[in-house]
Design a protein around this ligand. Structure first.
Ligand code: ADP
Ligand code: MG
Length: 293
């Protein structure tokens, strides 16, 4: 590409909310063979809502929700925001906590008064020796099959209940993914969420690869593996735990609402929160590079 045509395309992109930081990114974008999308906050709105509260012991729904919100009050995850919002709606004030710890891709824990409270995935609790009574497993499976992400609440080593959270696909997700598939590039959905939830939420996206239960620290390894198999990879993320993957990718694309880190880690930044800009950016790059060849 001539410097002139790249400058023109970069200018067109900027006008349309596609900020291309460097000319080379445009060239690489035109050659991408595989687009990888983070699920939460990228393919989905990332505005989760508490859709179900289940108590397994004698705790009331209000107590369970208040306890969960107390532990989540210092977490920045979308799950935390949803739980704190739900508690607030019911006028439940968070209790003061100490020893807050967050484990990316797994959950959060802290001391609440005399109790030790965990809020997170079942797999994480299992790894800590905390078991879910078998009679609750079918309910959990059913919620997940319906596309509801479940987080469990354990108090002093006993699971007291769970919260089900829903998040909707962005309205332009299906169309964007379809456009990419039609252009002959591969699409992968990458998520830390359970397989059943990822399948349900992305069912309408068609023929994409789904990689679920990938820990934040392992997301860049997934990108590296695709590159080693010969793909030129673009990673689209919102920056919550996916900055290393954005850096590893041949082209890192960040949604502008993402964290400052994600914007720093990315080669291309999409403003306006529009996923359709991904397909638009690819088309712009492909056209620019084709004209000079
Ligand atoms: P995603 O890849 O969908 O953005 P993450 O990798 O951030 O998801 O998290 C994976 C899973 O870990 C979540 O679905 C949730 O079950 C659990 N988790 C992560 N952070 C929290 C939190 N703050 N509170 C409760 N659970 C959490
Ligand atoms: Mg995410």
């Amino acid at each position: 590409a001539t410097p002139m045509s790249v400058a023109v395309a970069t200018g067109i992109g900027a006008n349309r909310g596609v900020l291309i930081k460097q000319g080379e990114a445009l060239e690489q974008l035109s050659q991408v063979t595989h687009f990888v999308f983070d699920k939460t906050g990228t393919l989905t709105e990332g505005r989760l809502q508490v859709a179900s509260i289940q108590c397994f012991g004698d705790m009331t729904e209000a107590t369970l929700l208040q306890l969960a919100a107390s532990v989540e009050q210092y977490s920045e995850h979308g799950i935390a925001t949803a739980i704190c919002e739900a508690a607030k709606t019911k006028s439940l004030r968070p209790l003061s906590i100490s020893n807050f710890q967050s484990t990316p891709g797994k959950g959060v824990m802290s001391s609440v008064e005399q109790d030790t409270v965990y809020v997170g995935t079942l797999a994480w609790l299992h790894s800590l020796g905390i078991k879910l009574p078998t009679q609750y497993q079918p309910m959990l499976n059913q919620l997940e099959t319906d596309g509801i992400s479940c987080v469990l609440i354990a108090v002093n080593g006993r699971i007291e209940g769970m919260l089900g959270l829903v998040d909707s696909l962005r309205s332009d997700a299906t169309e964007t993914v379809q456009q990419l598939l039609n252009a002959g590039v591969k699409v992968t959905v990458l998520s830390g969420d359970k397989k059943a939830v990822v399948n349900a939420v992305t069912a309408c996206l068609g023929d994409v690869t789904r990689q679920a239960e990938v820990l934040p620290k392992d997301k860049s390894d997934v990108i590296r593996a695709l590159q080693q198999s010969g793909d030129i990879v673009a990673m689209v993320g919102d920056g919550i735990n996916d900055s290393p993957a954005l850096i590893q990718a041949d082209v890192g694309i960040a949604m502008a609402s993402g964290t400052d880190v994600s914007v720093e880690s990315a080669d291309v930044v999409l403003s306006h929160q529009m996923l359709s800009k991904v397909a638009e950016a690819r088309l712009l790059a492909a056209r620019t590079l084709r004209t000079i060849r």
